[in-house]
Design a protein around this ligand. Sequence first.
Ligand SMILES: Nc1nc2c(ncn2[C@@H]2O[C@H](COP(=O)(O)OP(=O)(O)OP(=O)(O)O)[C@@H](O)[C@H]2O)c(=O)[nH]1
Ligand SMILES: [Mg+2]
Length: 276
Amino acid sequence: MTQHDAALNKVIQWYPGHMVRAMRKIGEYLKLIDIVIEVIDARAPRSDANPLLDELIGTRRRLVVLSREDLADPAATKAWIADFAARGRTAIAAEGRQQQSVSKILHALTAIAAERKGNSRAIVVGLPNSGKSSVINGLLRRSAARTEDRAGVTRQLQWFRLSPAIELMDSPGILVPKIESPESQWKLAMIGAVPRERYDPVEVVFHFHRWLVEQRKGRTEVPDLEAFGRARGFMRRGGEIDEHNAAQSYVRAFNEGAFGRISLEWPDGGSREHGA
Ligand SMILES: Nc1nc2c(ncn2[C@@H]2O[C@H](COP(=O)(O)OP(=O)(O)OP(=O)(O)O)[C@@H](O)[C@H]2O)c(=O)[nH]1
Ligand SMILES: [Mg+2]
């Protein structure tokens, strides 16, 4: 294990009490639930998946929402939708904050509910900060659920009525307690699924940029931390970079799309990005 991998390890240990309780509650509530809407960040669908949920969901109808479509590489998102379809699952790419985009989810949900008789109850689940509450607000067409650009905002399960026939439940984000791969750790930190105080942003940015250079065979205009820090004026007296603050700003810039649309994962066998 390198020094950089060791620094990432502490991300694994983040599994606070409210997540343990939420996971247990989701398990209890699932008896009442007919449809599971899984919100997954389109930029890292592999790291974003939650195998614990797979067990709980069992044979219930499920719908995958690939959120942050606006930040992901469109070719990767297309490949992921095909990959989900090949595994018998319906995935819809959406930008949570765009009404038009969320209406695609509404159509799919209404169609599933219409196949069933009577009331349908759907729960929205996914990793912290993946965009669950935004999807709920988009579906309800009002700001009913609180949203914020950090992980761990929704703390409790909460019901919302979408239509006479459909009820929706928002739930706290749940991070898998043990993330095995160091790759997944920096990716989850980079997409905002891990609270800022739980990781060293300098390490995360280092891993991200090294990965990007490798992916693009050395050709990328996305700055490394040093170049970014200098360009944005994160300087200390003596000409050194203020690495920590620069790295936090770097992660924010990534999530604002400042480096373009970048997907961190592609399905197995899918064609990868090549140039620029
Ligand atoms: N660019 C972009 N931002 C989004 C999208 N969906 C949500 N966001 C933003 O991402 C942040 C998190 O969204 P939330 O809806 O609060 O996420 P959540 O999954 O409910 O988060 P927790 O309750 O903390 O687990 C907010 O700042 C949203 O505005 C999207 O599709 N694109
Ligand atoms: Mg939420």
